[in-house]
Design a binder for this molecule. Structure first.
Ligand SMILES: [Fe+2]
Ligand SMILES: [Fe+2]
Length: 311
């Protein structure tokens, strides 16, 4: 897409951005992150005369620790996401207001998950800090996504983070963590709705191009946390625990959005748009089959583990 075409599209979408910004501001709650942290559990670490961290202090299981840490480090990389959105959406008008509003809301997420984890001694604070440094040093580079691709990506990404926070909260076994992550997931849901509505508006303005962007983002989707040290190993543990796996990605993230956008009923497509839709259908078939294989293999491995425990 040329710079001129992007400019025209930004202008065409501006009314939808304005209307959705108003809707968002009316429905977003100004919640207070400090209310979600059990401060009375906190105590000093070594440098202030307290105890160093050790694993038995954590009430969380190893996988719950990993999931919370991955969610936190993903949120920590906000400076990169802010820079990416500013570059793609610009700083002017309703687009610019949205970028700053979104950034301010996202800023709560890392700070209260970190407060929770430090106060409860949920994770190793030194390892966490080293991982935070490495994550921000790596940064997040969306690779110069064009406008429509960026809108499709963030729709999927916000829904993926909502599901991931919600399921991590449930898995944690700590009602305080669950309450906190449920609250954060509500923010992610509102963010998802904002972007989902923009994509809906884009489908009316430029159906074929938007469909192409959606197809590209479904086939090339990468979690924003992919730059976290050891991400592949951690993501595999999170998938094995059923917190976020391919089945969930297909059923709870990709498909609900495609259904909402009525992708397979949309008219007005040119030849390229039709081809993109066929590619999308194929990609969904592949993803669904991979998800089925993953679930099968996980069940088999679980059965072997159970048999081993009995034997
Ligand atoms: Fe967030
Ligand atoms: Fe979000």
């Amino acid at each position: 897409m040329t710079a001129l075409e992007t400019r025209a599209l930004l202008n065409q979408l501006e009314a939808a951005v304005g209307a959705n910004l108003d809707r968002h501001l009316a429905s977003a709650e100004a919640w207070m992150p400090h209310e979600y942290v059990p401060w009375s559990e906190g105590r000093n670490f070594t440098a202030l005369g307290g105890e160093p961290w050790s694993v038995e202090q954590s009430k969380l299981s190893p996988i719950a620790r990993t999931a919370l840490e991955v969610n936190l480090l993903t949120e920590d990389n906000l400076p990169s996401y802010h820079a990416e959105l500013g570059r793609t959406f610009g700083r002017e008008g309703a687009w610019g207001v949205w970028v700053n509003q979104w950034t301010a809301e996202e800023g709560r997420h890392a700070s209260c998950i970190r407060d929770y984890l430090l106060v409860t001694r949920g994770v190793d604070p030194e390892e966490l800090e080293r991982a935070r440094m490495a994550t921000l040093q790596a940064g997040f580079d969306a690779g110069g996504k064009p406008l429509l691709h960026a809108c499709a990506y963030v729709s999927f990404q916000e829904l993926a983070t909502r599901v991931s926070h919600r399921n991590t909260g449930r898995y944690s076994g700590d009602p305080i963590a669950e309450k906190l992550l449920t609250r954060i997931a509500m923010d992610e849901n509102l963010h998802m709705i904002f972007y989902r509505n923009l994509v809906k508006a884009a489908l009316e303005i430029a159906p074929s191009r938007t469909l192409q962007a959606i197809t590209d983002e479904v086939t090339g989707f990468v979690m924003p946390g992919s730059v976290i040290p050891g991400f592949a190993r951690k993501a595999a543990q999170i998938a094995n625990a059923g917190i976020y796996d391919l089945r969930i990605h297909h059923d709870d993230v990709i498909m609900p959005l495609l259904r909402h956008w009525r992708i397979f009923e949309a008219g007005g497509l040119d030849a390229e748009g039709e081809r993109a839709r066929q590619d999308l259908a194929e990609a969904l078939g592949t993803l669904d089959a991979r998800a089925a294989r993953f679930v099968e293999r996980r069940a088999e491995a679980e059965a072997v583990r159970r048999a081993g425990r009995r034997g």
